[in-house]
Design a protein around this ligand. Structure first.
Ligand code: GTR
Length: 325
């Protein structure tokens, strides 16, 4: 009898907690992108899916366009739990979570599918665990294509970068990367890059086609050179403590929503990155293929040597990535 009663109570409690009648939690999500970028649509979809999967118990509001702060600041906010969720690039996570720096080593991945295979393997698990411990639990990985250089001239060899002031994201690996080619690295927030390109504060930057297009960098440069030197994944990440405070059912609901939103993002990315390229070319951007990326890769040998000398414990992850087919 007692057993039956408690079972009924438990069922009622479950129904209650998933019915939307329990106090709903308001969560905020950070996103850097504006409308028209695949991640803008994917994050809106994530918010809808979270609402559906949790029966409204988690009400997720997405703040697009970086209005909650620049990326390094927003990362700290999520780690602290002041913002619950974010769509983050792993580049600026490297200075906070050493393992995440694997993906910021130039040319570490052979292709985007290779990058995903590495993330799905042991190396990806090590990165996810370390991020979770740092307060930034990745729920799903999303596609950010490959990053290439753009400026007022075509870049075909590392020598073409010599003397150029190139904006990079906040991570010492990127400053080393530019310095190794004889360029002058300039770490800067994404929101400042268009103006910096326009006024000549920097001579160039590097990014994928959707970001190059979405924030108007193509309006203030002339050449996009397909160096594809970095293939950096992004995540839908959540504050670890807030996620772990959820019931197992709610955790599964939120994770499931992130996984579905990430699949949607990858589909959008596949289509819209091609469209972004077509659009910037139609607007006058000259896109040049780089027939031989060998000289760029050779220029990165010193970046790897210095990085691994300072971080010998990262060798295992580098070897794992390289050994992944
Ligand atoms: C974009 C990325 C953003 C941000 C930006 C940048 O491709 O999606 O999260 O990292 O690049 O260059 O700062």
């Amino acid at each position: 009898m007692y057993k039956k009663f408690s079972a009924i109570l438990l069922t009622a409690a479950t129904a209650f907690s998933l019915s939307g009648t329990a106090a709903a939690a308001d969560w905020r999500a950070w996103n850097i992108h504006n409308e028209g970028h695949p991640n803008h649509a994917a994050m809106d979809r994530f918010a809808e899916l979270v609402g559906e999967a949790t029966n409204g118990e988690i009400n997720l509001e997405v703040f697009h366009g970086g209005v909650l702060g620049n990326q390094p600041d927003a990362l700290e906010q999520v780690r602290l739990g002041a913002i619950e969720v974010g769509n983050f690039n792993l580049g600026p996570i490297g200075p906070m979570v050493k393992e995440a720096n694997l993906v910021s080593l130039p040319f570490i991945f052979k292709s985007v599918p290779h990058m995903f295979r590495v993330l799905e393997g042991e190396a990806g698990q090590a990165i996810a665990d370390a991020m979770g411990e740092a307060g930034l639990l990745p729920l799903a990985w999303v596609d950010a294509g490959a990053r290439s250089f753009y400026s007022q001239k075509a870049i075909n060899t590392p020598a073409d970068v010599e003397g150029l002031k190139i904006r990079v994201m906040n991570n010492d690996l990127y400053t080393s990367m530019i310095s190794a080619m004889g360029g002058n690295p300039s770490p800067m927030a994404f929101s400042e890059v268009q103006q910096a390109l326009k006024t000549g504060v920097v001579d160039g930057a590097e990014n994928n086609f959707p970001s190059f297009k979405n924030v108007g960098h193509y309006e203030v440069t002339t050449h996009y050179s397909l160096s594809e030197h970095l293939i950096i994944p992004e995540c839908i990440c959540v504050n670890t403590a807030k996620f772990e405070a959820l019931s197992p059912e709610m955790q599964a609901a939120v994770r499931g929503a992130a996984e579905e939103a990430a699949l949607y993002q990858r589909e959008l990315w596949a289509v819209q990155s091609g469209e972004a390229r077509t659009e910037v070319e139609a607007a006058g951007i000259k896109v040049n293929e780089i027939a031989d990326k060998g000289p760029f890769q050779e220029a990165m040998v010193s970046v790897y040597d210095d990085y691994l000398a300072a971080n010998p414990d990262m060798k295992e992850l580098v070897d794992l990535a390289r050994a992944t087919e």
